[in-house]
Design a protein around this ligand. Structure first.
Ligand SMILES: Nc1nc2c(c(=O)[nH]1)N[C@H]1C(S)=C(S)[C@@H](COP(=O)(O)OP(=O)(O)OC[C@H]3O[C@@H](n4cnc5c(N)ncnc54)[C@H](O)[C@@H]3O)O[C@H]1N2
Ligand code: MOO
Length: 406
């Protein structure tokens, strides 16, 4: 297996994503759907506005009747329409959002009029074009039209739109169940009592937090010792997870037991090693269950490698299972704010800080250096053998915020 060259990132991502499909659809109330992804296109059940409305406070008059004066025959307030019809020489007082009375085709702003008892006359300008202050029926959407595309992330505006379109519930994919397992004999579960030969188990909490930015049901276990039995027991415990994410033991050392443990557990390896830095030893495996397949992503233990591979593999996989339209993180082009060194033979994701104008690479790029990772908000995408860059040069970056999805 070790002789197979590491796979290019995009090929490995495509491979992983092909293993998964969106989970079954369930219907949830709109409040509960926020932060989830719409599983099917949403069609409007009503037209909005359902009738012509006034967009301003003023007076509604007929179309050919713009000079005035007019006789005020009634009022149409929001929620209280005028029952009759407006004819030439007449006006109906209207408020913003009120139904335009039958016969009316223009609204004159109240500040452009003077009123004396039931008579109004023009003191300012009439509306130009005459329908300017009218929101026509169906301006926003019409019954039967698609208002939200399948795969959209349901945010506050989408929730409002869905309600306006006549919905109480939305179809979303079931939440993926995600088990995160820290592995390694050197890991201490209590960071306050960590011996010098130990290291606090920090990846599990980080990966859990990354997964939980998405609508998932996630938990963590471990740290699990570097033995086949302990790892198999941890996999068994995660039997109801759709996705198992391990950290550590993915590399080639004698104590790197994730691959043999997965094999012994009955999982089959899909791929191991991707041509990226950090994160090369990532692996993906699958196990068949009666209730559907389980996908295992074995992330490298180095904390930054774990983070970068979770960003490029775990989050896209979860978004695929959630039915998201955009699953892969997005890139933007920016400029270097400081020089960057020449790259080696592996595509590298250099941790950097972007201020909206330019990006500065962190000085410390060790794949164990959490201090530099925590200061970073982008990954600078450096091709294999990219030459050194100077301040002002263009670079492509992945934004870390929101899992890289704009
Ligand atoms: N001979 C080779 N050695 C290594 C190779 C290689 O190709 N040949 N690859 C290197 C690369 S690249 C990486 S990345 C690491 C990843 O190795 P593992 O996935 O086996 O990770 P571990 O050895 O278990 O741990 C590495 C490092 O990370 C710390 N760690 C592990 N788990 C956690 C955790 N949950 N929280 C915090 N820190 C954790 C661990 O203590 C180690 O320091 O392998 C290289 N070696
Ligand atoms: O690929 Mo490893 O993640 O560089 O340290």
């Amino acid at each position: 297996m070790a002789k197979v060259p590491p796979m290019p990132l995009e090929e490995a991502q495509a491979h992983l994503l092909a293993l998964a499909s969106p989970l079954p659809v369930e219907h949830v109330d709109i409040e509960g759907a926020i932060g989830r992804y719409l599983a099917q296109p949403l069609l409007a059940r009503r037209t909005q506005p359902a009738a012509d409305l006034s967009a301003m406070d003023g007076y509604a008059v007929t179309a050919g009747d713009m000079a005035g004066p007019w006789h005020v025959v009634g009022e149409s307030a929001a929620g209280h329409p005028f029952a009759g019809e407006v004819t030439s020489g007449q006006a109906v007082q209207v408020s913003t959002g009120a139904l335009l009375p039958a016969g009316a085709a223009a609204v004159i702003l109240q500040e452009d009029l003077a009123r004396q008892d039931d008579r109004i006359m023009l003191t300012g300008d009439g509306p130009l074009p005459p329908h300017k202050h009218i929101r026509p029926c169906g301006l926003d959407f019409r019954k039967g039209s698609e208002v939200i595309a399948a795969g959209s992330l349901i945010g506050p505006a989408d929730a409002a739109l869905a309600i306006a379109a006549g919905h109480k519930h939305l179809p979303v994919c079931r939440k993926p169940r995600v088990a995160v397992i820290d592995s390694g004999d050197e890991l201490a579960s209590d960071p306050e009592t960590c011996a010098p030969h130990q290291i606090p188990a920090s990846n599990g909490a980080m990966l859990l937090a990354m997964a939980r930015k998405l609508p998932v049901e996630a938990w963590r276990s471990g740290p699990v010792a570097d033995t086949l039995d302990a790892l198999i027991a941890a996999f068994d415990e995660a039997h109801h997870a759709d996705v198992i994410v391990t950290s550590g033991g993915a590399s080639a050392g004698e104590h790197d037991l994730i691959r043999p443990a997965l094999e012994a557990w009955g999982a089959s390896l899909d791929f191991w090693r991707v041509a990226i830095k950090p994160g090369k030893p990532i692996l993906v495996a699958r196990r068949k269950r009666r209730t559907g397949p389980q996908i295992v992503i074995g992330l490298p233990g180095n904390p930054v490698s774990s983070f970068v591979t979770a960003y490029h593999f775990m989050l896209p996989l979860l978004r695929r299972m959630l039915g998201a339209r955009y699953v892969l993180p997005m890139q933007i082009t920016t400029r270097l704010g400081a020089p960057i060194r020449a790259n080696g033979g592996r595509r590298e994701f250099v941790r950097g800080t972007w201020n909206g104008q330019s990006v500065v690479p962190q000085a410390l790029q060790d794949s164990g250096a959490l201090s530099a990772l925590a200061l970073s908000n982008v990954l600078i995408d450096r091709a294999a053998f990219a030459p050194a860059g100077a301040a002002g040069d263009e670079v492509r970056v992945f934004l870390l915020q929101n899992g890289g999805i704009a």
